[in-house]
Ligand binder design. Structure first.
Ligand SMILES: Cc1cc2nc3c(=O)[nH]c(=O)nc-3n(C[C@H](O)[C@H](O)[C@H](O)COP(=O)(O)OP(=O)(O)OC[C@H]3O[C@@H](n4cnc5c(N)ncnc54)[C@H](O)[C@@H]3O)c2cc1C
Length: 504
């Protein structure tokens, strides 16, 4: 058993998964997180008997063979109880009273999309072929993008004949595929894809890499699926903390890592600030795993008496040139059950055609609690509605509180078109802006959801878990395969395997 010391910066799902797996595999692990509760964007907060999921509300990868299931099985902890989201989402386009329901049953979804988007089946068939090949490839744990011979060997091992079918599509976007099938002018289909893809890839159909989109859209159908956790999203991190501690790892909350020090050997220590005692100290480690956005990482590096290498300089420049990432504006409502229409799906997406301040793409993604799912007292429910927003608006505004109030009122007015929202049915309301996300998750400018799955930043061209600094690893939604609790768990597993492959 190795006694190599690992420091993990951040107890998001990525950091906790990496920490727990490393502890299980015999490493001495210490996880530092600047927040009060672990889980980052997938944590929760409680107000007046309601439990609100901060960001993530749906979980992929809990099915047999799914990434969370595999990792929980290795860790020997119970998989959180969950139910399928079926439909995964009900999408309302402007002026339409009937939603496009993304059903879990593949045949039912096929019938739905044929009805909703006549003439598009060849496009969906291509997506299905690419999904099957990409999913099977990812399930064989490739290391993407490869940065050394070991990484390359893992990538090659994961290749099969069917993986080669995806290769010609590597440089295509969803927009390219739509044009290929003569669907470039199908505005309704385009709107639907823009809405769904923005959730998963940060960008619209014209920019999203086709192979990424095939995976993101295909995962909602059986035998995979999206899940709604019983209790709250916090259960996921609680179980990972349980595993970390079971194998001797330590989690220190309210401890901010101010700097990551690099010497001639690579990453060697971190400077930690305890918010509890005010103490600041330097802690050394053999490996440092950073569970922060890549934009945070480059700002944390401190070169101790040595020059930045060319590779490190290019990495920093690449990060600086990334297109601006979006932030999130989220409204959390605790409501009486009477506010929720009968047969309300648990997840909805609304696109609006009326102008207002809110949202980069004029839409809201909404998650509604289910009776008895642990989020609301009896006879009550929670509604969480999020939209993407430009982070600059919030850092440069003159009256932050007034802006926040305007956004919240507008979001509630929009939600009021579907839900029965009145002063009597709204029991509690709160909102989060990019400034809130900066404060509670430490994320640079409150950006959410990774670097965007455009061609230059997805899969083979994305950010690797192996950084150009020896002994420094990056896990989380900036790295392959991208955002979401399932995505960041893959990146954690990759970094753990890479650390293990290293001979001390
Ligand atoms: C509104 C919203 C809705 C979403 N919906 C979904 C969804 O339905 N399903 C889904 O799968 N995903 C969803 N996501 C995305 C998902 O939540 C994230 O991709 C994922 O949780 C990110 O995990 P992570 O481990 O990369 O990092 P994070 O969650 O960002 O965690 C990073 C952790 O590091 C800590 N930290 C940061 N800096 C420091 C420092 N200097 N020192 C110490 N600690 C530090 C933070 O406190 C935090 O706990 C959503 C995100 C948002 C914002």
């Amino acid at each position: 058993m190795t006694q190599s010391r690992i420091i993990v910066v951040g107890a998001g799902i990525g950091g906790l998964t990496a920490g727990a797996l490393l502890a299980k595999r015999g490493y001495q692990v210490r996880v530092f997180d600047q927040a009060i509760v672990p889980g980052g964007c997938a944590s929760t907060f409680k107000r007046r008997g309601f439990t609100f999921d901060v960001g993530a509300t749906q979980v992929a990868g809990l099915e047999p063979g799914g990434i969370h299931q595999r990792i929980f099985s290795e860790l020997g902890v119970e998989l959180p109880k969950a139910t399928y989201c079926d439909p995964a989402c009900a999408v309302y386009l402007p002026g339409e009273s009937e939603p496009i329901s993304v059903w879990r049953d593949p045949e039912r979804w096929k019938a739905e999309r044929s009805r909703q988007f006549p003439g598009s089946e060849r496009f969906w068939q291509l997506m299905a072929v690419l999904f099957r090949a990409s999913w099977a490839f990812q399930g064989r744990d490739p290391v993407l993008p490869p940065r050394n011979f070991w990484d390359l060997s893992q990538l090659i091992k994961a290749l099969r004949l069917d993986t080669l079918t995806t290769v010609p599509f590597t440089l295509m976007t969803v927009g390219d595929a739509l044009r290929l099938f003569g669907l470039g002018q199908d505005n309704r289909l385009k709107k639907f894809l823009d809405l769904q893809l923005k959730l998963y890839s940060q960008v619209d159909a014209d920019e999203t890499a086709l192979l990424y989109a095939a995976t993101a859209l295909g995962v909602s159908q059986s035998p995979q699926g999206l899940f709604h956790l019983e209790g709250s999203m916090q259960v996921l991190s609680d179980r990972l903390v349980e595993a970390l501690e079971k194998y001797g790892g330590q989690l220190l909350m309210r401890h901010t890592v101010k700097e990551i020090n690099l010497d001639s050997r690579g990453a060697s220590s971190v400077v930690v600030y305890s918010q509890k005692t005010g103490e600041i100290w330097t802690e050394t480690a053999d490996n440092i795993v950073a569970n922060v956005p890549v934009q945070n990482l480059t700002k944390m590096l401190v070169f101790q008496g040595m020059q930045e290498s060319l590779g490190q300089k290019l990495y920093r420049q690449r990060v600086a040139k990334l297109p601006p990432a979006s932030g999130a504006f989220v409204v959390y409502l605790g409501v009486k059950q009477s506010a929720i229409p009968a047969h309300c799906p648990p997840h909805l997406q609304f696109l609006y055609d009326w102008d207002g301040e809110i949202g980069e793409n004029n839409s809201l993604f909404v998650s509604v609690s289910r009776p008895g799912d642990g989020r609301a007292p009896e006879g009550m429910a929670t509604i969480t509605a999020s939209s993407f927003t430009d982070t600059e608006i919030w850092s440069n505004c003159e009256d932050y509180l007034a802006l926040k109030e305007r956004y919240a009122s507008e979001a509630i007015a929009r939600l009021g078109q579907y839900f029965h929202l009145t002063p009597e049915t709204i029991v509690y309301r709160e909102a989060a802006t990019p400034s809130t996300f900066t404060r509670y998750t430490g994320r640079d400018r409150g950006i959410v959801g990774g670097v965007g799955q455009r061609i230059p930043t997805f899969g083979p061209f994305g950010f690797a878990t192996r950084t150009p600094v020896p002994h420094l690893w990056l896990v989380g939604d900036s790295t392959h395969p991208g955002e979401g609790t399932a995505g960041v768990s893959y990146s954690a597993l990759t970094a753990v395997r890479q650390i293990q492959s290293f001979k001390f």
